[in-house]
Design a binder for this molecule. Structure first.
Ligand SMILES: CCCCCCCCCCCCC[C@@H](O)CC(=O)SCCNC(=O)CCNC(=O)[C@H](O)C(C)(C)COP(=O)(O)OP(=O)(O)OC[C@H]1O[C@@H](n2cnc3c(N)ncnc32)[C@H](O)[C@@H]1OP(=O)(O)O
Length: 359
């Protein structure tokens, strides 16, 4: 029997070459790559009836020597892996296309379509990986339940503070500034003590965010609340307490419900926008109000010698706490810078992901 050449159809992806050889019920197949040339030999029913068919193809660029093939009732499918992850301009080294070779339009993709197909595949794999990782955590429900309750309690606490202060502002006007501390402090103490969880949660991996920004936030506020307002009675009836508490609660009545919804995999667009936007004016205003409180407390600490550090008798005086407060003022603006940058990053990450999802 004289060997004939079968019809061969080809297509490519970035990493692979697909060949379809038009021989049905192929037998005695011998397929291999040697020195970058594919050699095919086999018996079966092709364009010229039952016969022996063979062909060789020298590839344009290097391919891996191992070849996969599958013979079906209608054809022989061959997959050859490219050495590099590159798109080829044509299949063969020789510029003139062999007569028996043609594009396989069933599998044909141009380069950009193939890239898209690759990206879709990668996204699908990533999604499966994430889903299986999430499914693997047996305590996920418990963790989410705990976070939901934590956020709910904080939300209720801060809502009470915000509503109470707003109502008092409407009824009493500026007079409400002077006794904010006495009406609000207990609930604020409770919420801010509880807020220490916000440092612990990322530290133990319960929420995926940085420990440092949360530490700066919680410790910064607790310093103002417990040290400046808590220890100095003279500070407690100053209007600055109103502004500090009002600015703190204003962000929290949006932040905590946003987290609550996140715990039940729900999102309200307006709430997300508010959570990631209103800190822009509130944060600098909050730091400014806190700085005013610190500055106002300096003469009081100086006068009362409260929290001052006694030095040896020979020196004859003690180290006033006001020095620490002056240092704290500097740290505060450093903290503002760190957290402002962090919040900007969180904002753009959030809205970038959203945009990508929408496309
Ligand atoms: C004595 C020594 C003291 C030393 C310290 C020095 C201090 C310096 C002073 C600092 C100045 C502080 C000033 C400040 O007090 C003034 C004010 O607060 S004014 C009012 C305005 N303030 C704000 O807007 C800030 C509000 N606070 C925050 O936003 C956070 O506390 C902050 C840590 C700054 C940022 O939050 P986070 O990093 O968590 O970002 P995200 O909200 O995007 O969350 C990231 C992902 O984690 C999930 N997450 C987070 N927490 C929870 C939760 N409780 N429950 C459920 N899920 C949570 C969240 O959903 C995100 O997940 P995903 O990405 O999947 O959406």
């Amino acid at each position: 029997m004289q060997a004939l050449t079968p019809h061969v159809y080809w297509a490519q992806r970035h990493g692979e070459i697909y060949l379809r050889v038009e021989i049905s019920d192929a037998q005695s197949l011998s397929i291999g790559v040697e020195e970058n040339i594919l050699h095919f030999k086999g018996q079966g029913h092709g364009a010229k009836g039952e016969n022996e068919y063979e062909f060789s193809l020298e590839f344009l660029k290097p391919v891996k020597p191992e070849v996969k093939h599958k013979s079906t009732q209608r054809q022989v499918n061959i997959t050859v892996k490219k050495q590099g992850h590159v798109w080829w301009d044509r299949l063969t080294k020789q510029e003139k296309k062999p007569l028996f070779l043609a594009p396989d339009f069933d599998r044909w993709l141009d380069e950009s379509d193939a890239e898209m197909e690759l990206r879709e595949k990668e996204e699908k794999i990533n999604k499966i990986n994430i889903e299986s990782r999430v499914r693997k955590d047996p305590f996920l429900g418990l963790k989410k339940g705990f976070l939901f309750m934590y956020n709910l309690v904080q939300f209720l606490g801060y809502s009470w503070i915000f509503v109470n202060m707003t109502v008092r502002l409407f009824i009493l006007g500026q007079d409400s500034f002077y006794d904010t501390f006495h009406t609000i402090a207990d609930v604020m103490y409770f919420c801010q003590m509880l807020a220490i969880m916000e440092v612990i949660n990322p530290a133990v991996g319960l929420v995926k965010t940085g420990v440092m920004p949360a530490f700066i936030q919680v410790m910064g506020r607790n310093f103002i609340l417990f040290v400046i307002f808590g220890t100095l009675e003279d500070m407690q009836n100053k209007p600055v307490v109103f502004f500090v508490f009002y600015l703190w609660s204003m962000i929290e009545i949006f932040r905590y419900p946003f987290y609550m919804l996140a715990c039940i995999d729900t999102e309200w667009k307006l709430l997300t926008w508010l959570r990631y936007t209103i800190w822009m004016p509130l944060y600098p205003l909050g730091v400014l109000a806190e700085a005013v409180a610190v500055i106002q407390s300096i003469p009081i600490f100086d006068e009362s010698k409260l929290l001052s550090i006694p030095l040896p008798k020979a020196i004859g005086f003690s180290l006033s706490f006001s020095y620490i407060l002056q240092l704290y003022l500097v740290i505060m603006f450093l903290g503002l810078f760190i957290n402002f940058r962090h919040l900007f990053k969180q904002r753009s990450r959030r809205f970038r992901t959203k945009k990508r999802k929408a496309n």
